[in-house]
Design a protein around this ligand. Structure first.
Ligand SMILES: Nc1ncnc2c1ncn2[C@@H]1O[C@H](COP(=O)(O)OP(=O)(O)OP(=O)(O)O)[C@@H](O)[C@H]1O
Ligand SMILES: [Mg+2]
Length: 257
């Protein structure tokens, strides 16, 4: 029998006033798998992940984690439920050290409030190494790291602080090709742990093909296609991406009349 999904999203609707940003989205997310979420601008990708991350409350629909219904009133609720979201801005301060960024707001201190820098440096180095980046000096400023390494830092931090569902919002979009590869490798290393479910948001068809186990295509807040790597042939992915773009174009044209 197939494993039940780690997280199930059922018929999620999100309205902003009269505007429906999500019109009944369902998807399953499994541990040890990468679920690629694709769709053009305005498809509702960010709205969906904000709803899964406790930023927005859904208008309708239900989220389940390990079969139990959950409700997030705040991002903290979602974090506590094991949702770790890495937004495009990464919430990283380039002027601060790798370690200070890793522990930002969750520092380890002794009873007198003094930070245990050595201990935090060690954890940061170890956790980064686990997903393939050797930071010999974690007291170095993040500004010295590449864009790909910064993504890895944000991912390692989310996992260390308990993420079981890792949501990555366009992690490769702002990077050069070599850096993009680095991030894809990081994501594959997280996948290989087997205990973390990954939602990978992307515009990039090639990246989605390289790493995706499952796919959901959004257009104008609706799922226009979904499937597993095996059930979707390469051409289907291209067609669905194009279909999403076409629907959005037509809608825009019609709205101008
Ligand atoms: N807070 C909000 N209030 C009103 N409308 C919103 C709000 N947030 C998003 N929308 C609208 O919902 C739709 C989906 O937006 P969303 O940002 O989720 O798309 P996206 O798929 O992430 O696009 P992109 O690829 O450009 O990031 C858009 O038409 C957007 O204008
Ligand atoms: Mg977006």
């Amino acid at each position: 029998m197939a494993k039940p999904p780690y997280m199930r999203v059922e018929n999620l609707v999100k309205r902003f006033g009269p505007f429906t940003a999500l019109g009944g989205v369902s998807l399953d997310v499994h541990a040890g798998e990468i679920h690629a979420l694709l769709g053009d601008n305005g498809a509702g990708k960010s709205t969906l992940i904000k709803t899964l991350s406790g930023v927005h409350e859904p208008t309708e629909g239900q989220i389940y984690i390990e079969g139990a219904p959950v409700e997030f009133k705040s991002p903290r609720d979602a974090t506590n439920a094991g949702i770790g979201t890495v937004y495009q801005d990464l919430a990283i301060n380039p002027l601060m050290s790798v370690t200070r960024n890793f522990f930002m707001g969750r520092e380890i201190a002794n009873a007198f409030g003094t930070l245990r820098m050595k201990e935090m440096d060690g954890i940061t180095r170890d956790e980064m190494l686990k997903i393939g980046i050797d930071i010999s000096d974690p007291s170095q400023a993040v500004g010295t790291m590449s864009g790909g390494q910064r993504q890895t830092l944000a991912i390692a931090r989310a996992i260390y602080f308990g993420a079981k569902i890792l949501i990555l919002d366009e992690p490769t979009s702002a990077l050069g090709q070599k850096q993009q590869m680095e991030v894809l490798k990081t994501v594959m290393r997280v996948r290989s742990r087997g205990d973390i479910a990954i939602i990978f948001i992307t515009h990039n068809e090639i990246h989605s093909k390289l790493v995706g186990d499952r796919y959901t295509f959004l257009a104008l807040g609706k799922v226009i296609g979904s499937g597993t790597r095996n059930s979707l042939a390469g051409e289907d992915i291209r067609r669905l991406m194009a279909g999403g773009a076409e629907i959005a174009d037509l809608e825009k044209e019609l709205s101008e009349i």
